[in-house]
Design a binder for this molecule. Structure first.
Ligand SMILES: Cc1cc2nc3c(=O)[nH]c(=O)nc-3n(C[C@H](O)[C@H](O)[C@H](O)COP(=O)(O)O)c2cc1C
Length: 193
């Protein structure tokens, strides 16, 4: 199974990237025969989509190749970053009927809004499948360091992430059947509503 982790912050020294690195290592231990890849939106540096914009072929291939995703999303102004929304303008089709585990990140007590925002509005044209389990990594700078290592005294968050990733792998296996089905291949309607 191939899982792509997206670090949704465009900041150079993003805590989201640290969390994504931790998840990448842990996922490799849970899924030793599979593959993982990490898409860092700081490095991707995608221009804001406008009509006629061409998609970056390398990123498109990376997303299309993935069978499941982890979105590591910081809370910015109570929202997901605009650069993260931007990727759905370019690559919506790469997410269709694939499972996603959302991990939100906050330096303080935040992290609820990105989860509710994505679950409320992001599925219609992408046909994305957010799994029921999500995890909030709040007070992130006291929890995971810039080497992607846990520094928190409690392993509560580590346990939550471990559970989320194990569920993601199960959903990834299960939903591959949906994408092999005749109704998926038919593509009758372009939008979900
Ligand atoms: C533009 C901006 C807006 C932010 N707004 C919020 C917010 O609404 N709620 C919150 O909990 N943290 C907010 N933060 C702080 C983030 O929680 C903090 O930067 C954290 O490290 C996650 O973002 P990062 O992955 O970019 O580091 C904001 C940070 C930035 C750069």
């Amino acid at each position: 199974m191939t899982i792509c982790i997206i670090s949704a912050s465009t900041r150079e020294h993003a805590a989201s990237k640290n969390v994504a690195q931790y998840i990448n290592h842990h996922l490799q231990s849970l899924n030793p025969d599979g593959q993982t890849s990490l898409l860092d939106l700081h490095q991707a540096n995608l221009p804001l989509w406008q009509e006629g914009a061409t998609a970056d072929a390398k990123i498109e291939q990376q997303l299309q190749h993935a069978q499941g995703f982890v979105f590591v999303v910081p809370e910015w102004h109570g929202m997901v970053p605009p650069a993260f929304k931007n990727i759905f303008f370019y690559f919506n089709a790469c997410f269709a009927h694939k499972p996603v585990y959302i991990v939100s990140v906050s330096a303080g007590n935040g992290g609820r809004y990105p989860i509710s925002e994505l679950r409320m509005s992001n599925y219609k044209n992408s046909f994305i499948n957010y799994i029921p389990v999500s995890t909030i990594v709040d007070h992130v700078n006291d929890t995971i360091n810039d080497q992607g290592e846990f520094i928190a005294e409690t392993d509560f968050i580590a346990q939550r992430i471990d559970e989320g990733l194990q569920f993601l792998l199960q959903y990834t296996q299960a939903l591959s059947q949906v994408r092999e089905s005749a109704i998926f291949k038919e593509g009758r309607f372009k939008n979900g509503l």
